[in-house]
Write a protein that binds this ligand. Structure first.
Ligand code: TYD
Ligand code: MG
Length: 476
């Protein structure tokens, strides 16, 4: 057997180094190398001996549609792609205290009671909390009567012994993977090697016994699922549970799903009795909006398949600093820099010397470029101290020459806006369609603009040259 030697494993990217160093060469992270005993090296090259040749088949053939186990918590099921798939592994990541354990327990209770018509055998293994703590939580959530099997354990050997049998549960939740350990590894629980090995063993069991595995994973300061990125590659589905601590909204987001769409989100509200589903997120995100305030625009966005209206707020203030401040919450800072540059270069707006703060209200994170125009509208509104019309939604992507580009699913965005009582939309031109929307009772108006300059016609206070320049090419 090979001599046991130490090796140093980066806890951020999983790279292995022979010597300790302050910085990982691979990912550039500092202070992430941890000593671990190296495993005896694997035998080199098999030389084609002993294996059984594979029987290759064609792509055509019977492929049974995956049976799904829905929990009847609609927001959760949608993000999973319609329900949990037997034999698959799902990882839920999120900051501490965001509500992962609460979500898992509620979903397990719903699956076990058969809210969806089919009672499932569910087991919840807690490595973080004692049985009493989990029971207390269950009481608070009002799910004490549901037949979930509960255990507090951290040893994978014990857990495997209870799962590797014909009567294994149908759903198994492990809270959290960072607390689990394998006793044949020397490293401490939570290190890359332990997390990886523990997950590997559990996933192997899930595939073999056909149960659905739910893993809870912590998130590091950098926002990655703690320890290994490799964990994300090993599982079939990765969900992130996110939200601002100060807000009660929680958003469950699929970032990888072998059995369903990604980009789908589920919206919850954290209440005294656990997570409540939010089936109309737009109403929630716009709930605290003050109307007729300068520096605010309502963006008609799409999250996954769902239209969602959110308020974008901007504050523009003269800067006392040589390098003005830029602070962005809920949007991409680089994208903001681009919108500012286009405003300066293509529309002649002197905005760059100001401190600029941008906030997506309600704690939502927006990734769509379609928010560009709404951001620009909020910025200009803040700059000229004049509100965007309160009954108007805005969407559209901005190109580098200042053109406003069409975005996907415009109709769905307009419909949502109309449903929530908005009366007009500022948006990119729609090609090949009649300008007039089929008029409904309260005639919804669309204002289609092809260039960012035309945005200024919206504001009375906008500097004259700008307005005239806009009007010259005008289609507003
Ligand atoms: P938890 O599920 O323990 O978070 P995680 O497992 O992600 O660390 O959630 C903890 C927070 O949620 C805690 O701050 C209390 C709050 N909470 C409620 O507001 N209402 C509830 O019914 C429950 C169970 C928790
Ligand atoms: Mg927890």
């Amino acid at each position: 057997m090979a001599r046991a030697e130490s090796r140093y494993v980066c806890q951020s990217c999983g790279a292995v180094h022979p010597k300790w160093a302050g910085k990982c060469d691979e990912c550039g992270a500092w202070n992430t190398l941890v000593e671990e005993a190296s495993r005896p090296s694997a035998p080199k090259g098999l030389g084609g001996k002993g294996g059984r040749p594979l029987a290759f088949v064609g792509l055509q053939g019977d492929a049974s549609a995956v049976a799904r186990r829905a929990s009847a918590i609609a927001e959760f099921d949608r993000v999973c792609g319609g329900g949990l798939v037997p034999g698959s592994a799902l990882l839920i990541g999120g900051d501490p205290g965001i509500g992962k354990s609460t979500l898992i327990l509620q979903a397990m209770a719903a699956l076990a009671t058969g809210k969806n018509g089919q009672q499932l055998d569910c087991a919840y293994v807690s490595g973080e909390e004692s049985l009493d703590q989990v029971r207390l939580r269950a009481r608070r959530l009002g799910v004490v009567d549901s037949p979930v099997r509960l255990a507090a354990a951290t040893s994978i050997r014990d857990i495997a012994a209870s799962l590797d049998r014909p009567d294994a549960p149908q759903i198994v939740a492990i809270d959290s993977i960072q607390t689990m350990y394998l006793d044949n590894l020397d490293s401490a629980p939570g290190t890359v090697s332990q997390v990886r090995a523990a997950a590997q063993e559990l996933i192997r069991l899930a595939k073999m016994r056909g149960f659905t595995l739910l893993l809870v994973g912590h998130v590091t300061k950098e926002g990655m699922i703690a320890g290994p990125r490799v964990l994300e590659h090993m599982v079939d589905t990765v969900l992130y549970f996110e939200g601002e601590r100060g807000h009660q909204f929680r958003i469950l987001r699929a970032v990888k799903n072998r059995f369903g769409p990604t980009d789908e989100i589920g919206v919850f509200e954290m209440t005294d009795a656990g997570l409540a589903e939010v089936s109309n997120p737009s109403a929630l995100f716009l709930g605290d909006r003050q109307r007729e305030v300068a520096g605010s625009a309502v963006f008609a966005g799409i999250e996954g398949t769902r239209p969602m209206l959110v308020e974008i707020q901007a504050l523009v203030a003269p800067s006392a600093l040589g390098t003005p401040r830029r602070a962005v919450v809920g949007w991409d800072g680089n994208r903001l820099a681009m919108v500012l540059a286009v405003l300066e270069a293509r529309c002649g707006v002197a905005i760059g010397a100001n401190d600029i703060y941008l906030n997506v209200a309600g704690g939502l994170r927006i990734g769509e470029p379609a928010a560009d125009l709404a951001v620009a509208a909020a910025l200009i509104s803040a700059l000229v101290h004049e509100p965007v019309p309160a009954d108007m939604v805005v969407f559209g992507e901005i190109g580098l020459s200042g053109e406003v580009r069409p975005v996907s699913q415009a109709e769905a965005r307009l419909k949502e806006a109309e449903k929530l009582g908005f009366a007009s939309a500022l948006m990119p031109p729609r090609r090949g369609r009649s300008k007039e929307r089929p008029t409904s009772a309260n005639a919804f108006r669309t204002r289609e603009i092809a260039h960012l300059r035309l945005l200024f016609n919206l504001f009375e206070n906008a500097p004259q040259p700008l307005r005239r320049a806009g009007a010259a090419g005008g289609r507003v």
